[in-house]
Ligand binder design. Sequence first.
Ligand SMILES: *Cc1c(COP(=O)(O)O)cnc(C)c1O
Ligand SMILES: [Zn+2]
Length: 384
Amino acid sequence: MFATSLRCLRCGRSATLEPSAYLCPHCGAGNGTTDPGILDVQYDYAEAASAFVASLSTGRHDIFRYLSLLPVSQPGDVLPAGGTPLVAAPRLADRLGLRALYLKDETRNPTRCLKDRATAIAVTIARASGYHDLYCASAGNAAISLAGFCAHQGLTCHAFVPRIASVTRLDWLRRYGARIHVSQGNYDQAFRESEEAGALEGWYSRNCAFNPYLVEGKKTVAFEIAEQLDWQVPDLVVAPVGDGCTLGATGKGFRELRTIGQTEHLPRLIGVQAEAIQPVVRRYQGRTPLETEEETLAASIAVQRPRNYLRLRAELRASHGTMLAVPDSELLEAQSLLSQESGIIPELTSAATLAGLLRLSTEQDLSGQSAVLIITGGRLDSNV
Ligand SMILES: *Cc1c(COP(=O)(O)O)cnc(C)c1O
Ligand SMILES: [Zn+2]
């Protein structure tokens, strides 16, 4: 294994690699107005570089294809996450005046969502460390992902969901046999409740915002995009933003490829939130985030207190990226455009990628550029 240590993205202190080293001991979880001390896995890149190239000819097509840049020493015997297609969308490219537009179709993961990449790491580490119970807080997708992977392995999944979790999502959880804890509050409250129960019971955490190993699984989406484009990175990569782990991880993946000499450039990262709940957009623009009572149909990114902001900010800056907010009406339009002009049906949250790019195209000339939309999930709720 080429992972060497953990480094706090808030104070810079180092911590040792241990399965349950979730947060910086010095900074802790933050108090809601201060950021948590999230940890970042460090690697010996000089050593990992040649192993990375060698592993490309192993014939594996799940996330463990990139084992040398993952925080595990062996592939886990888990459901195969990743290895999803990059689909060209020429009709949408024309509409936006782009040279090329691709959709990274994460709906093809085992539980229909990019979250499976993180779950694969969590379950691999949990098994190797002797845990039988795992927990997570989730608007649905992360919990469903964990429930599916636990079902496959005979482990117990404790899912903490907000009061307004959709009927469809609860149904998926039940089908997989998860233990469901419905919070009286929103996602942020469910997150707190999950952390309390997890610490008390000694369960393993699948909360991507705190467990530093999980974003390492998510970053493989960047490795795949680059490899599928023959290591020519696109100009723009767009993703929906909730806690910030997905896009932050994507940025880390592209940066690592450049570090090991596999690629030359970084794509500009474009993060998109719903207008009703846009704390990351506001913070990135230097404005104060507002706790709001407003709601969005984009449940998977309805996060009031983004816990991976420090990671995402660093990646946005490194890539000269930006954050955008779009109203639900534009999400609904983009969802139907994707279905009718690309043949991929995204969940509403994932349509934020196209809605954001359409917005950007009215502000900047994108002609001649190439872009990738990360279609993070494809589970439809009954109403959206
Ligand atoms: C969780 C999720 C996101 C956002 O990921 P964060 O890491 O919370 O920013 C985006 N799309 C879908 C479908 C999700 O489930
Ligand atoms: Zn710290």
